[in-house]
Structures are given as C-alpha cells and as structure tokens.
Ligand binder design. Structure first.
Ligand code: SAM
Length: 198
C-alpha cells in the first residue's frame, strides 16, 4: 500500500495533478479516527490519492468521491482497484454541481477539494447531505499565500479566484448554521461543524 501511495505521488508530480499536502491529509485521517467518521463525501477525487488515504484511516470508513475530468476519473478507478479499495470507495464521474444524490444519502464528513471558485456553491448544495453532527472540511483556504493579499495581485483571473476564496472564508465566518475553525496546515484547511439545534 505504501508503495502504491508513493507511486501516486510520483504520478501526480509528473502529470501535474494537484493533490493534497501530506500534513493536511494526515490531519484529516486523524480527524476521521478521533471522530468516528464512517461515511465521507469527497468533491474532487483527481487520481484518488486523498480518497484512498481517507478510506484507509480505519476499517469502517466508506467514501463516495466525485470527479468531472474523465482522465483523472479513469486513473482514480485504476488506483482504487490496485489498492483493493473497491468495496470502500465509490467513484462518481460527474460535475458535482450537476449530480443529484439520492435524498436519503447522508455523510459524517464532506471534504471539498474541487474548483476553488465554487466552494460556496459546493457547501450550499451538499450541506443538506450532512448528518446532524457532521463536518465539512475544505482544502486550499490559504491558496499558496495569496488569500488575504488579493489587492496586490495583478493577474485578473488569479485575483478573481482569490477573491472568491476570500468570499468563501467570510461566508464561513458569518455562517450561523456552522462553526468554523481555520487551520494553518498545508495550504490551509477549514473545519466547519454543523451546530446542533437543541
Ligand atoms: N482531492 C484530491 C487529492 O488530494 O488527491 C485532489 C483534487 S484536485 C485539487 C481537484 C479536482 O477536482 C480536479 O481533479 C478537478 O477535475 C476536480 N473538480 C473541479 N471541479 C469539479 C466539479 N465541479 N465536480 C467534480 N470535480 C471537480
């Protein structure tokens, strides 16, 4: 398994596939263990690197992961099979903003790691599939140090993307349904816990 994970890291580097930083996935794996997470939805599988590591965090974890890029989806399927994780991981080939999950589906943890300009949309769409005590974790909240410094960015595309992430951070901070903690780990993680209504 360790060799397969290392081969995936090598593939990602050679093929320019963005995958989560090691410290960030270690944090998420510990979160899964400490909080007895069983069902996970991941938005943005890429080649299945974080998917497979999350599924391996403990025995009774099941991951549904969504990927819209065909080549990455195919590679993800291959990696899941090679790691003998087919019984724990369901890979869905679709745009997450177009997918209709069955209404009775629910997750303990939703991991958002797809198009950064769409974070708020993913959050708003998928929060309905979260269990009462569930959590939404988002990666790349710092976006390579650009977040918080968008005024100094010259490229208009980059500036607009960074402003969207800044908007997402404000959205999380002002959200009354969830309480969010921001972690300076890897490229920045946010952990948003659904508030329990008493
Ligand atoms: N979670 C992966 C890992 O750490 O191994 C990395 C995911 S990569 C940062 C983001 C992926 O999200 C890309 O492969 C991209 O094709 C996919 N993606 C972006 N927007 C998406 C959407 N709306 N629906 C499904 N997949 C999307």
């Amino acid at each position: 398994m360790k060799e397969k994970i290392m081969a995936m890291e090598k593939y990602a580097e050679e093929e320019n596939v963005p995958i989560i930083e090691k410290k960030s996935i270690a944090f998420i794996m510990k979160y899964i263990q400490d909080n007895n997470v069983k069902n996970i939805l991941e938005i943005g599988s890429a080649i299945g690197y974080s998917t497979i590591l999350m599924a391996s965090a403990k025995n009774d974890v099941y991951v549904t992961t969504i990927e819209r890029d065909e080549k990455r989806y195919m590679q993800c399927l291959k990696n899941v099979k090679d790691c003998e994780m087919d019984k724990k991981i369901n890979v869905v080939y679709q745009d997450a903003l177009e997918l209709n999950l069955p209404e009775d589906t629910s997750f303990d943890l939703i991991f958002i790691d797809a198009a950064k300009g769409q974070y708020t949309k993913f959050f708003e769409k998928y929060k309905y599939f979260l269990k009462d005590n569930g959590t939404i974790i988002t990666d790349n909240i710092k976006f390579h140090g650009y977040v918080g410094n968008s005024d100094a960015i010259e490229s208009s595309n980059l500036k607009s993307l960074v402003q969207k992430i800044e908007g997402y951070i404000d959205f999380l901070k002002n959200n009354t349904e969830f309480t969010t903690t921001f972690y300076d780990i890897g490229d920045g993680l946010s952990v948003s816990k659904k508030n329990i209504n008493e």
